[in-house]
Design a binder for this molecule. Sequence first.
Ligand SMILES: Cc1cc2nc3c(=O)[nH]c(=O)nc-3n(C[C@H](O)[C@H](O)[C@H](O)COP(=O)(O)OP(=O)(O)OC[C@H]3O[C@@H](n4cnc5c(N)ncnc54)[C@H](O)[C@@H]3O)c2cc1C
Ligand code: SF4
Length: 271
Amino acid sequence: MELLQPSSLDELDRGVPIAGGTEIVPLLREGLLHADALVDINGLVPHGISGTTIGAGATLAELEVDPQVPDVLREACRLAASPQLRNMGSIAGNLLQATRCWYWRLDYPCRLHGGDRCHARDGEHREHAIFANDFCASAHPSDVAAALVALGATLRTTRRELPVRDLYRVPTAADRRTTTLEPGEVILDLDVPAADASTYLKAMDRKRWAFPLVGVAAARRGAETTVALAGVAPIPWLLGSSLDDATPLPGTAYKVEIARALVERARTAVA
Ligand SMILES: Cc1cc2nc3c(=O)[nH]c(=O)nc-3n(C[C@H](O)[C@H](O)[C@H](O)COP(=O)(O)OP(=O)(O)OC[C@H]3O[C@@H](n4cnc5c(N)ncnc54)[C@H](O)[C@@H]3O)c2cc1C
Ligand code: SF4
């Protein structure tokens, strides 16, 4: 496999982008991703934080300590992964991480791999979704994405500008992708507007270094509070009026109760 280090954004469509490599290297190693060439984008995409603009190459470790970053995003970064991973992992790479569904990671021929069955729905699914879980019951693992959706952040790519929530799509039989990013399209930076108050609360199996069972991001501007959830649907989930619309599987019903408690706590914290 080739590692390309192009000098311009025009050469990006010659391989799969790699930033910190914390997600893509394990996927390659486990045979879940195949690529003839990797394109090192570290010298091409913006880094750093300036006011409300965050470069795609900014690491989670930078974000968790920068006072310019809204509380909800700082806390989501601080509670993600391990210090070593946060030092390497970029915000764009975090948004584009693949599902942690163990059937998918073990390469079962499930629907997300193009097959005709969701092995999790019929099998072990305690970490899976409580919303939009009919076709694929995977739970989106990004704490960071939930924070950005709650804040109403937008993305700039090499081709367009879009709200972070529009980066994601619920997979269907006709189109199994979970993001709307096209081949060769690269995230350049994000605009992350401030909130009057915001917070991120996370339930996990261990006190640290675990993916969210349920993550709750809340951001308030004036009298309006927006809540988005991690770990509850195949994509970061913008919460509507309540959790009563949840459609848990037998093994994920407990997540509805956790989400209810955390949403109430988060709303109180930002009120
Ligand atoms: C053990 C472990 C625990 C973790 N725990 C958590 C957790 O609790 N919460 C959480 O939110 N995350 C967690 N993560 C995810 C972690 O935050 C991501 O792996 C990391 O942020 C990915 O960033 P990266 O720069 O290393 O991405 P890479 O591995 O370099 O890339 C990941 C993907 O993004 C694409 N990509 C990268 N940058 C761009 C760009 N600018 N434009 C277009 N495509 C791009 C790559 O092609 C690839 O598909 C965990 C990861 C691991 C391995
Ligand atoms: S939840 Fe999605 S990724 Fe997991 S087995 Fe079902 S279809 Fe595959």
